[in-house]
Design a protein around this ligand. Structure first.
Ligand code: FAD
Length: 380
């Protein structure tokens, strides 16, 4: 395993840097971050960045997960929330690429790769987050349609997205084996959205999603009936690498801000960078980011090599998001009182880091996965 960037990876990194400097920063400076940045998302499609690890045959980039993770990390490091948006867009793409039939792949993947269609992943419900088997949204087969009833919460891109990968119960009493995965298109009868939720951190585009006798064609079932839980968990295994990547980018951004600030701010007649107490904080911050990056790259490498990777993916998610929490908190500390001000960026990064410890499986759930994998190996 090579930790240096290949020529191809370096070109990809430069492409992201140029996109952020030329397109993303000016757009976000002018329009703010309140609304979903559609022109930037479309531009990612034009640049071939909206489907990096998905098959060439369906318009994807055909590149590996290390390249994908690098792009997400850079988008996050450079201060756009586009890394997280791309990572969420990637979940339905991954599901369709792995479990979809030929017709579904042809219908959705090329348009999602061109960023003409935005994707969302809808699993969580008001009473069921970590315990995803406890979802209650029902999907009943009536004739050649499925009829969905229920409610999802915290759905990133809710109301914005065109394609929703929705987990719903097709057979009660079977737990995980009674859950199936469906494609629900925006505009389906009976599909509606709640008002924008307001989680802390960067502006998130999450909404409740309601299914009120929502009718979709039977052909929108993904995989077989009863596969839905497996489909969702498979997507989240890979998703953990991507959230690790965006969190590392976030942490690196906070570290970069803190480093610069220590050479600007003076106290007791010197730059605060001269104080050993500050230097030790910077050293610990940099070490935490680098350690998390190494584990994240290992998880991506294992995935790219066709080897089991879910242990390392959970470790990467845990380490990267905990590192992001620590590093962003220390960055606020280094900025002192200014660190708490909304006029400075680091407090927002700290609040965003907290979100990252909760989404796509909380860090308690990651520890459960890690322990389960360790014990499984011992029992074999
Ligand atoms: C900004 C944001 C975006 C999101 N986007 C999406 C999305 O696009 N799609 C989607 O489906 N969901 C999304 N979510 C939901 C997210 O995945 C859930 O919030 C998360 O899985 C936790 O579920 P919960 O909130 O119900 O917490 P709970 O499951 O109620 O957990 C509460 C606490 O109990 C702990 N806990 C639970 N079970 C155990 C256990 N067995 N052992 C130890 N501790 C435990 C948890 O770690 C947590 O600390 C998003 C959430 C946020 C905040």
């Amino acid at each position: 395993m090579d930790y240096t960037l290949s020529e191809e990876q370096e070109q990809l990194r430069r492409l992201v840097e140029e996109f952020v400097g030329r397109d993303a920063k000016p757009y976000l400076d002018k329009h703010g971050r309140e609304d979903f940045p559609w022109p930037l998302f479309r531009k990612l499609g034009e640049l071939g960045l909206a489907a990096i690890p998905f098959p060439l045959a369906y318009g994807g980039g055909g590149l590996d997960y290390r390249c994908y993770a690098l792009v997400l990390e850079e988008l996050s490091r450079l201060g756009t929330a586009l890394g997280s948006a791309l990572a969420v867009h990637g979940l339905p793409q991954l599901i369709l690429a792995k479990f979809g039939n030929e017709e579904q792949k042809q219908k959705y993947l090329p348009a999602m790769a061109r960023a003409e269609l935005l994707g969302a992943f809808a699993l969580t419900e008001p009473h069921a987050g970590s315990d995803a088997q406890a979802i209650k949204t029902r999907a009943e087969l009536r004739g050649d349609s499925y009829v969905l009833n229920g409610q999802k919460i915290w759905i990133t891109h809710g109301g914005e997205a065109d394609v929703y990968l929705v987990m719903a119960v097709t057979e009660k009493g079977l737990g995980a084996k009674g859950i199936s995965a469906f494609i629900v298109e925006k505009g389906a009868p009976g599909l509606s959205f709640g008002k924008r939720e307001r989680p802390m951190g960067l502006p998130h585009h999450t909404r409740e999603v309601f299914f009120d006798d929502c009718v979709i064609p039977q052909a929108n079932l993904v995989g077989n009936a009863g596969d839905g839980f497996k489909v969702a968990m498979t997507a989240l295994d890979s998703g953990r690498i991507t959230i690790a990547a965006t969190s590392i980018g976030l942490a690196q951004q906070a570290l970069d801000y803190a480093l610069s600030y220590t050479l600007e701010r003076t106290a007791f007649g010197k730059h605060i960078a001269e104080f050993q107490g500050i230097q030790f904080m910077l050293a610990d911050m940099a070490a935490a980011v680098e350690a998390a990056r190494c584990v994240m790259r290992k998880a991506a490498y294992l995935r790219d090599s066709g080897l089991p990777f879910n242990l390392e993916a959970s470790m990467a998610k845990l380490l990267a998001t905990d590192a992001a929490m620590k590093v962003t908190t220390d960055a606020v500390q280094i900025y002192g009182g200014y660190g708490t001000s909304e006029d400075y960026p680091v407090q927002e990064l700290m609040r965003e880091a907290k979100i990252s410890q909760i989404v796509e499986g909380t860090n308690q759930i990651q520890r459960m996965v890690i322990a389960r994998e360790l014990l499984k190996k011992l029992r074999q």
